[in-house]
Design a protein around this ligand. Sequence first.
Ligand SMILES: N[C@@H](CCC(=O)N[C@@H](CS)C(=O)NCC(=O)O)C(=O)O
Length: 220
Amino acid sequence: MITLYHCSRARSFRPLWTLEELGRPYELKMLPFPPRVLAPDYLQSNPLGTVPLMLDGETRMTESAAICQYLVTRYGPTALAVGPQEPAYGAYLNWLHFGEATLTFPQTLVLRYARLEPQERRNPQVVEDYTRWFFARLRAIDAALVSQPYVCAGRFTAADISIGFALVLADQLDLSARFSPRITDYWRHLTAREGFRRAVAAEERAGVEQHVPPTVLKPI
Ligand SMILES: N[C@@H](CCC(=O)N[C@@H](CS)C(=O)NCC(=O)O)C(=O)O
């Protein structure tokens, strides 16, 4: 049985969403955010203190995009993966990793310096600069969607899950009102999927059962 350590709406949502799209059984272990501070015992399982942590037999992984790639490859065949024999294989891998490495990176600085740091350490200049950087990078997604409904291969894949999470995080950071019309449509389409809704329901249910309140990212 796959075990996924998760904080609500954190990057571990990517593998959770993937598991729901695959219809694969899993055990969801909810943690308060940040686990490093609020669940120090977790450091024994993952000394980094970050989520996700996914355990599957002897396999242990902590990178959200890589876990999505592992799941759809290991538990395929599935249309969520783009195979090496398909023309869109390179584009698929690029978008899958773009979602985390290029899109989520500037968002983490916005999150940290607008929401997570104590008031006296917040930094409006960092927030403004990295918000601008995020929107500049988002233009690549807009361009990719001009000719197709998903970022590659003409179908919904794990790459859309990776990018879709970055859009969900942007919404939590109150940035979604500034999405272009094309990205707004794409984001609404992704979040209307049954797999997405099941993932949201699963984290809510597990949070209640395990007495872990949802992560609050709104300004306090
Ligand atoms: N590149 C990693 C980043 C993992 C990561 O930083 N996760 C955040 C949650 S979104 C975390 O656990 N932060 C808590 C901390 O850094 O203490 C991934 O894509 O999974």
